[in-house]
Design a protein around this ligand. Structure first.
Ligand code: F6P
Length: 347
């Protein structure tokens, strides 16, 4: 339920949690600037929720000044550091976090992170009565009810740059590559990068889940062989991490062993999390940071800031975490149609 509270806020706590995402710094800057405008102090807590949970009265925090957020909009990572915090899954950890917020006279907490971080916010409210707002920041783009999450656009661009480079070598050597992309359990990055790079195959949870392992290997090797029958060309398969047991490296091994198809595996990994945020992420982060502070001033609580059709929205946290956002059917269809058309032109 979306809640409203009566008290005027004076001190906001801010932290970044879970996998860092390019644009988190832009969001931190925006929160601090907007809060300054409303004469509200922002206390930054370090290392995700760990900064709140620290025991023995040692917490990791700092009042964030305008100077602290000067010249950070273009930096990847997060000046507040980030981490996952298993203690927030335990009552003891939640109580420690609540005590910190209470003892340090915090009126409201803003968390920049993904759905796991929002679960922490929901649970914390059982032990702490301050206002809470979430800002969706994750490269995975899997948070529901917002068109995009902070960091996704940059991660896709990074993936595109990398695959384009791999294409040069694949073309020069007329070689098959399997490139593994991040996304935890969703294919937003894989589909977007794959389509934008004209990958010959996009393998993700949304389109590669049916059939046994043997059937999948047979299907894949048949497609590769058919495509290469009359042409000597590059062939790029992008694959979502966690889709194939053992990842791209293992898939390449099995294609070689079981179908005689020689592939080179390349795991992009954390390169996708870093780097200077692209314009889209800087702008999204800036809008969301301001909206988060304004939500608190307007006495909203238990909401996630979201962007829908270019407008800022507020979604109850429970609704935001209910489902993972699915890859759009349009994108999946587009990929299938392109594949079919490409196959036809090769006949
Ligand atoms: O959630 C962001 C993300 O980069 C996922 O895409 C990936 O599965 C996971 O984090 C990796 O986590 P870690 O950095 O802890 O290995």
């Amino acid at each position: 339920m979306q809640a409203t509270v009566d008290k005027k806020i004076k001190r906001i706590a801010l932290l970044t949690s879970g996998g860092d995402a390019p644009g988190m710094n832009a969001a931190i800057r925006s929160v601090v600037l907007a809060a300054h405008h409303y004469h509200v102090e922002v206390v930054g807590y370090y290392h995700g929720y760990n900064g709140l949970v620290c025991s023995e009265n040692i917490t990791e925090s700092k009042v964030l000044t305008l100077d602290d957020v000067n010249s950070i909009i273009h930096q990847g990572g997060t000046i507040l550091k980030s981490a996952r915090c298993p203690q927030m899954l335990e009552v003891e950890g939640l109580k420690l976090a609540a005590n910190t917020l209470e003892n340090e006279s915090i009126d409201a907490l803003i968390v920049i992170g993904g759905d796991g971080s929002f679960n922490g916010l929901i649970a914390l409210q059982k032990y702490w009565s301050g206002q809470v707002v979430g800002i969706p920041g994750t490269i995975d783009n899997d948070v529901d009810n917002t068109d995009y999450t902070i960091g996704f656009a940059t991660a896709v661009n990074t993936g595109i740059e990398a695959v384009d480079k791999i294409r040069d070598t694949a073309d020069a050597f007329e070689r098959i590559f399997i490139v593994e992309l991040m996304g935890r359990h969703s294919g937003h990055i894989t589909f977007n990068v794959g389509i934008a790079c004209a990958a010959e195959q996009v393998l993700s949870f949304e389109n590669f889940s049916e059939g046994s392992k043997q059937e999948k290997l047979l299907h894949l090797s048949t497609e590769i062989k058919a495509a290469q029958k009359n042409r000597h060309d590059s062939y790029i398969i992008v694959i979502a991490e966690n889709l194939w047991q053992g990842g791209a490296t293992q898939l390449a091994k099995e294609l070689k062993q079981q179908a005689g198809v020689e592939c080179t595996a390349c795991v992009l990994g954390h390169i996708q999390r870093g780097g200077s945020p692209v314009a889209k992420d800087r702008l999204l982060a800036t809008k969301m940071g301001v909206a988060a502070v304004q939500a608190l001033i307007a006495k909203k609580s238990n909401v996630m800031v979201a962007e829908k059709n270019n407008a800022m929205n507020f979604v109850p946290l429970e609704q935001a975490i209910k489902h993972h956002k699915l890859v759009s059917m349009q994108l999946i269809d587009a990929q299938q149609n392109i594949l079919a058309l490409t196959a036809q032109t090769q006949c």
